[in-house]
Design a protein. Structure first.
Length: 320
């Protein structure tokens, strides 16, 4: 009887210990800072995942490029040194060249159109290419539509000529700068504020919520509504880690990521509605140049892409 009691006590102890042994803290890196909508979405994801998993899965967030720029974080993801990362969706074109097509300015009309593209045949082909690069694409969140801020007014495409425009080191955004007559100046995201403040560059282009979060409005006087690119954030997880999770754990993560995305998307849409007035109240001038010449200026770049990816590639991405 004593032996049986001891064995039962040991079994109970092990049963209680099992959940603790199964607990895992996921690491998630991003370039965005703590005041960004993406970070708030990531917090919601972390909170929802802990709730759904009963604490089995938790998330440690590393914002503000703490772990390096997006390429450095993706490399860590692929090496198994980081569990998750949020980067721009087409920013991944440096390892998946076809993403340059969706990154090409004015290809996606709005976020609803972009979601349709990603859910379609072309988007599913891209998801497989993520997997081929040891990355599982979980979701794509709305990051906002990119606009152009500057230290001089942009009333038309002519005002872009000679403008030193900061872009990420991403081919399609460099192409935007070149096509409209500006001089592209790739600068690391964490250094953009200082580059604007010291006149190393004259302008930058980002979604309005990013301009707000990074306080670029403090060192720029004008916002031109160029609407040149519908930006999105790709939530990614290590393919090796993903494949090693149970179906239930994958379900928890998928549901939690969706919750984070819903919050991020609603915050971003609301921010864009409100920020025009906010920036004007702060003394910035908002301009709305005719965008037809901007779109027309991209045609040579589209032709270049189609030489690489095949005639009609742009139309196929757009679902036309």
């Amino acid at each position: 009887m004593k032996l049986r009691t001891t064995l039962l006590a040991c079994a109970a102890t092990l049963a209680l210990a099992a959940p603790a042994l199964a607990e895992r803290e996921l690491t998630l890196g991003m370039q965005d800072n703590e005041s960004s909508n993406v970070y708030q979405g990531a917090q919601e994801f972390a909170s929802k995942l802990e709730e759904l998993s009963g604490g089995e899965l938790t998330v440690n967030l590393f914002p503000s490029s703490t772990l390096g720029d997006f390429k450095a974080m993706v490399a860590q993801l692929q090496a198994g040194e980081l569990d998750m990362v949020i980067t721009g969706y087409p920013d991944m074109s440096y390892i998946i060249p076809e993403l340059n097509l969706i990154g090409a300015p004015y290809v996606a009309d709005d976020f609803a159109h972009l979601e349709k593209i990603i859910a379609g045949d072309w988007g599913q082909e891209m998801a497989q290419k993520f997997a081929d690069n040891r990355v599982e694409l979980l979701d794509v969140w709305y990051y906002g539509t990119r606009q152009t801020t500057s230290n001089r007014a942009i009333e038309s495409i002519d005002d872009m000529k000679g403008l030193r425009l900061r872009t990420p080191n991403v081919p399609f955004l460099i192409a935007y700068a070149e096509a409209v007559g500006a001089t592209p100046a790739p600068v690391a995201f964490a250094e953009v504020y200082l580059a604007l403040q010291t006149n190393q560059v004259d302008a930058e282009e980002n979604p309005l919520p990013t301009i707000e979060a990074q306080k670029f409005y403090e060192v720029q006087d004008y916002v031109a509504m160029t609407n040149h690119f519908v930006a999105s954030a790709a939530v990614q997880i290590s393919k090796e880690l993903w494949d090693g999770l149970s179906e239930q754990e994958q379900g928890w993560i998928t549901e939690a990521v969706k919750a984070g995305g819903d919050l991020n998307d609603s915050l971003t849409a609301k921010s864009e509605e409100d920020l025009i007035g906010t920036f004007e109240e702060r003394g910035l001038t908002i301009t709305r140049p005719d965008l037809a010449p901007f779109r027309a200026a991209m045609k040579p770049y589209y032709d270049t892409l189609e030489k690489e990816f095949g005639e009609g590639a742009i139309a196929r991405v757009r679902g036309e």
